[in-house]
Design a protein around this ligand. Structure first.
Ligand SMILES: NC(=O)c1ccc[n+]([C@@H]2O[C@H](COP(=O)([O-])OP(=O)(O)OC[C@H]3O[C@@H](n4cnc5c(N)ncnc54)[C@H](O)[C@@H]3O)[C@@H](O)[C@H]2O)c1
Length: 314
């Protein structure tokens, strides 16, 4: 098949491109390199430096494409408070442009990288049927939710492509950013980066928040299953999360390879230090992943501790 991956120079997109090429597909990548890097892109993929906010620029690149994985987005929570307009342009208008170009060229399916941040505070484990409150926690979360709505409105309902929305939960793995200013810095990447620099791991605010961490290879696999499954095509929302969660202290212990250390010991030794709370972050995330198992036959394969071990070896 001939697939197009938007955001294919970024963390998740580039891992997805590798997985598609490994399975023998032809892949084209669209990325404006705002956070992505050209060197992340598999040399067997065709790369176009283009911006999804410019329909005229991207539209011809959809010719002859069977399926699109729409991964591109501005993907950090904190800067969305300072520059919400960029988030609306990229994550909402850009998504509309991807769907318009896909419709024009008769693309069969678009699989959208949605986000669990659309839930805000929700009863756990988060269920796709949960009511999303109109009051979002941040412009990033609302614009990712808008993308899901566009997958419905501009999909088969209005003669567009089949669509599916995969709500990822804290993705980690190779090529994740390790820099606090980098794209979507998640705690595992930040801790690995701080450890490499010999700096204390920053615990925000008390380390007892819990996150459902999902290995990027499992996320790539979910995308391919959703693209290939006949059971999805009508903007179904599907959680892609491991179904287990770990505290920030668990991450610190795993990264520092100190499985028995208590928080008090890690602070006293200077290996960790406290940092103030940030706006817009939920206390805990945890996916109910039964819909992914039923609809697309997905199951998470990577165990959290094995995943961290793998990253420590890179
Ligand atoms: N990383 C996570 O834990 C996580 C969790 C939930 C959802 N997501 C979603 O997954 C997707 C990928 O996230 P990521 O962590 O790989 O982030 P990333 O920043 O590494 O990847 C996003 C890519 O999109 C590109 N891009 C941004 N704006 C663009 C534009 N206007 N035109 C073309 N390309 C553009 C960037 O250059 C980058 O390569 C995003 O849609 C994000 O919302 C990520």
């Amino acid at each position: 098949m001939k697939y197009l991956v938007t955001g294919g120079a970024g963390f998740i997109g580039s891992n997805l491109v590798d997985a598609l090429i490994e399975r023998g597909h032809e892949v084209a990548v669209i990325d404006n390199l705002v956070t992505g890097k050209k060197e992340n892109v598999n040399t067997r993929a065709v790369f176009y430096q283009a911006d999804i906010t410019d329909l005229g620029q991207i539209e011809p690149l959809f010719k002859g494409i069977d399926g699109v994985f729409h991964v591109a987005a501005v993907a950090r929570i904190q800067p969305s408070f300072e520059n919400p307009d960029l988030y609306f342009r990229t994550n909402a208008l850009g998504t509309r442009n991807v769907l318009a170009a896909a419709k024009k060229h008769g693309v069969k399916k678009v699989v959208y990288s949605a986000s669990s941040s659309a839930y805000g505070e929700t009863p756990l484990p988060a269920d796709e049927a949960a009511k999303i409150t109109s009051q979002s926690l941040h412009p990033y979360g609302s614009t990712k939710r808008m993308g899901e709505m566009l997958m419905s409105d501009l999909g088969t309902m209005t003669g567009g492509p089949k669509t599916a929305c995969l709500r990822y939960f804290n993705v980690y793995g190779p090529r994740q950013t390790m820099d606090s200013d980098g794209p979507y810095p998640t705690v595992i990447g930040l801790f690995l980066g701080l450890k490499k620099k010999g700096k204390p791991l920053l615990i925000v605010p008390d380390g007892n928040q819990r996150r459902d961490f999902t290995w990027v290879g499992d996320v790539a696999n979910a995308n391919i299953l959703a693209m290939e499954s006949d059971k999805v095509g009508n903007a179904e929302i599907i959680n892609i999360g491991s179904g287990k969660n770990y505290s920030i202290w668990d991450v610190a212990r795993a990264v520092l390879e100190a499985p028995q250390a208590t928080p008090e010991e890690l602070i006293a030794s200077g290996k960790c230090s406290y940092a103030p709370q940030r706006k817009g972050e939920v206390r805990e995330t945890l996916a109910n992943n039964s819909k992914a198992r039923e609809l697309i036959g997905w199951e998470p394969k990577m165990n959290f501790f094995d995943g961290i071990k793998k990253l420590l070896e890179i």
